[in-house]
Design a protein around this ligand. Sequence first.
Ligand SMILES: [Zn+2]
Length: 254
Amino acid sequence: MTTPHGRSRTRGRFLTTLFTLGLALCVATPAQALLHSSSSGPSTHKGPFASNGPATPDIVDSTRRGGRAVALTFDDGPDPRNTPRLLDVLREHRVKAVFCLWGDHVRQYPDIVRRIAADGHTLCNHTMSHDDMSTWPAEDVRADLLETNAAIREAVPHARIPYFRAPYGAWGQTPAVAAGLGMQPLGWSLAVEDWAPPGTDELLRRLEEGATPGSVVLLHDGGGDRGQTVAAVARLIPALKSDGWHLTRPARRG
Ligand SMILES: [Zn+2]
């Protein structure tokens, strides 16, 4: 396979298939849809970085505490329509989440990133332009991840960015590169296709039925109008809490 370089990459055939099927942003393949873990294994790590560097780091897809706990993660923002409303909901219920930030959007809406950080949420690098990096060489991945972190820190100086999530779950060499930059690769164990979107009631049903102890839940506050996601989360959190669940953060192994 020809290796694309930098921004002028050619998207792989699987992405063409992905879009043909009408699926959207964060999920790598149709098989990774509902209830499927993102971290059934990164693709092979055969590049020079991986072979010469440390062992391939794990991709975490579970919470740091055991028992009836779930972690909420929100991808592809910040978004001026949805992120502020979502932050209101999280603040009302005193829940901390992870925001996987799209660098181009960070540059567009730095004020929202400042609010995410000020509210005590955890930041996650989700690349500059949401490219499929599955075939990128390590040096190109590294440059993009550094640029993304720089964009985040333009908005929030000295921000902690403890996680990285690959767009589409197309990990390629990104886990080792991210780990080398001090970021824990972050997968998920529950996706509910909120990008479709299927309706708030249906989203809530999928979330409540899909949540298992230790789930890392993939949701979206960006990449489109995620009003249904925000509405579902506003109902999910009190329902989970009244049922004895805890909202917590994902694990870190690095
Ligand atoms: Zn994404």
